[in-house]
Design a protein around this ligand. Sequence first.
Ligand SMILES: *Cc1c(COP(=O)(O)O)cnc(C)c1O
Length: 387
Amino acid sequence: MKELTVKTRNGITRTRYRPTWAEVDLKALEHNYIKVKRLAGKDVQMMAVVKANAYGHGTVEVSKVLEGMGVNYLGVATTDEAVRLRDHGIKTPILVLGSVLPEEVRIAKDRDITLTLCNHDILKEIKALAKSEEDRGIRVKVHIKVDTGMGRIGVWHEDALHFVKEVSNEKSITLEGIYTHFSSAGRDEFFTAYQMESFERLLAAIEKSWIKIPLRHAANSIATVDYKRAHLNLARPGLIIYGMYPKYTFPKLIKLKPVLSLKTRVVFLKDIPPGRSISYGRTFISQRHTKIATLPIGYADGYHRGLSNKAEVLIHGQYASIVGKITMDQTMIDVGHIRGVKIGDEVVLIGKQGHHEIRIEKLARLAGTIAYDFICAISNRVPRIYK
Ligand SMILES: *Cc1c(COP(=O)(O)O)cnc(C)c1O
């Protein structure tokens, strides 16, 4: 059996025996980054969003590649994610996109992590730290988050000028950036324009007050591709860096390469006469003599249960259907129409084999969810192999 050699967190190489793995094509990542950067233009800096383990691709490996390509900023969701990158020697500025608790301020300061600022608790904590004996003269880098219609974290745009003034007067804070986030980019152009106008109005008022904030940003993947007005001087894409399209019309606008493939191997085969049921709940009953292969992957690996009796996989370069319910650790496919299938044969669940390709966007739709959810769900049990 082909052994999988996997680099673990602390750089130790370890052999994994599981014949289910995700291949991460770092060349495809480079390709996508170049395409996205070119599309945004040279006046727009790049913050690559690498939260949630870089959408399941491996934050450290992905961030190292992006750092090597000169990315200006990395965006993560939590302080933990940022600290992990610093622990692995990443020097690029990192913004925590979520709102943190006061007790996280000190570590952010110590590890040169930029915080999102949108409440007085954090502001108070920074001031208190700066006043304390050992931290005299500290500066914490922040980006203020403005809510223009996402309804999540952020200062309401109507109240933001006041907050900006307050923060800009604070000696212990470097007010490096200000940003907002779209709730319906690509889906509701009127509401997106309303959000953009609210943010632009605020930026104009800030400028009028003689406050200089170097970085101003709003564009997620969708806005990076087709809402130039939101580029300002920094774009903040995630999904497209990993080669997935957030909208079905986007392949016309930008050519991306999927970075992640999901593969496994046949571990069991059996002949099935007509009338036999497959898997929990007996949702599939064979209509003819056929051959069923069992794959060592299930919903605990992130292979969404909603794909039961719906999705197809690739084996011997041909499509084979999933039959019956996907279980926690195993999934059955019908290979009755494919000659010569044997135990150990490679199966592609996401990615290319022969002339065919299975895309995450399509699987997500079949499962009744979105590519974001699907890709993040691929669990830790699946080793990532870097190419
Ligand atoms: C996740 C996230 C992004 C990236 O979104 P994509 O749609 O993947 O490009 C950008 N900004 C914020 C605030 C986010 O939380």
